[in-house]
Design a protein around this ligand. Structure first.
Ligand code: CUA
Length: 344
């Protein structure tokens, strides 16, 4: 098709594309308003996340630059009278801008995009903190592997010392999950029968949010966790405290709650170190009262949420393995909540 006819036929499409692009371009800053907060890859607080955010901004800048160049060319083509286009210039433009430039751009972007991968996948140095996280349906089992002593087991919360590399060993007993703390780094799948590894180095203190990034069943969207990055001294104090058994109940209502906990068989699934409860199916509750959330990031950690969780688990997290205990009288639910909330 002669180039003049091509432009004549496509000028209508170009105008429509120009109009649409203008609105998309104007809307971009609005989308970016939602890109900060505790779960944002664009507000990095870790070494790997910084590299990923850098890559994102360079890719975005490159995309915007070439988008403007293409739109400018389209506008120029539409506004120039068809007779002004000559065949030789058009052929050069098609070969140059249609084949040579895209090949160079894609090659540069591929090299630049792949370059950080060895850095992102590099293992943490020998002697670094090692944490095993298992993706469960639908919560996170967290084990701090400590040389020379038993692992410290908790759930749905990870604490890290700032500036120190940490290696996560990630596993799953049944279905695929994906472990992702956007503020600290990239995500990696948790695959049954395999151990995947992810090394991260947090660079800022704060509370960040992680999530499951792979559809894993009914409550996939209700499977989050908090990551607290703190100075080394505070972290070590916290870890030492996590190793201790649960404190004995300090009030009559909490003591009643402990009796109910043991009498209702909760200990068949949950461990509370220092009591007869040593089940391994559900989350370890030894220090549950001190965690930032309940139900894997979905409820605040308060008395009301404990009652809600115990009495209507299915409503709070559809498909959860824990049976509901809504048949218990309100007074017993309150006692259970009082006991668990005091497990600091
Ligand atoms: Cu676990 Cu999605």
């Amino acid at each position: 098709m002669p180039i003049n006819d091509f432009f004549r036929i496509h000028s209508g499409c170009c105008r429509a594309a120009c109009e649409a692009s203008k609105y998309i371009f104007l809307a971009c800053p609005l989308w970016l308003l939602g890109c900060d907060g505790p779960q944002s890859a664009l507000e990095p607080a870790g070494r790997a996340a910084e590299r990923i955010a850098n890559l994102f901004w360079w890719m975005t800048a490159g995309g915007v630059f070439f988008w403007i160049a293409v739109i400018a060319l389209a506008i120029w083509a539409v506004r120039t009278p068809p007779e002004a286009h000559n065949q030789r210039r058009a052929s050069l433009l098609i070969i140059g801008a249609g084949a040579v430039v895209p090949t160079i751009v894609v090659a540069v972007l591929a090299i630049y995009g792949l370059a950080p991968i060895p850095v992102l996948l590099a293992p943490a140095p020998e002697g670094s903190l090692r944490i095993t996280v298992s993706g469960e349906q639908w919560w996170w089992r967290v084990r701090y592997q400590l040389p020379g002593s038993d692992p410290v087991v908790l759930a749905n919360e990870i604490r890290l010392p700032v500036g120190e590399p940490v290696e996560f060993r990630l596993e799953s007993p049944d279905v695929n999950h994906s472990f992702w703390i956007p503020s600290l780094g990239g995500k990696i799948d948790m695959i049954p029968g395999r151990v995947t590894r992810l090394s991260l180095t947090p660079t800022k203190t704060g509370v960040f949010r992680g999530a499951c990034a792979e559809y894993c069943g009914t409550s996939h969207a209700l499977m989050s966790f908090y990551v607290v990055v703190e100075d080394k001294e505070t972290f070590e104090r916290w870890l030492a405290h996590q190793q201790t058994p649960a404190p004995p109940p300090s009030t009559p209502i909490a003591a009643h709650g402990q009796e109910l906990f043991l009498a209702n068989g909760c200990g068949a699934c949950h461990t509370i170190r220092g009591t007869g409860a040593n089940g391994l199916v559900g989350p370890d509750l030894t220090h549950v009262g001190s965690r930032l959330s309940l139900g894997a990031g979905i409820l605040p950690n308060d008395l009301q949420s404990f009652v809600k969780w115990i009495a209507s688990t299915e409503h709070a997290k559809p498909g959860a393995l824990m049976p509901e205990f809504g048949m218990l009288p309100q007074e017993e639910l309150q006692a259970l909540a009082a006991y668990l909330k005091r497990l600091h």
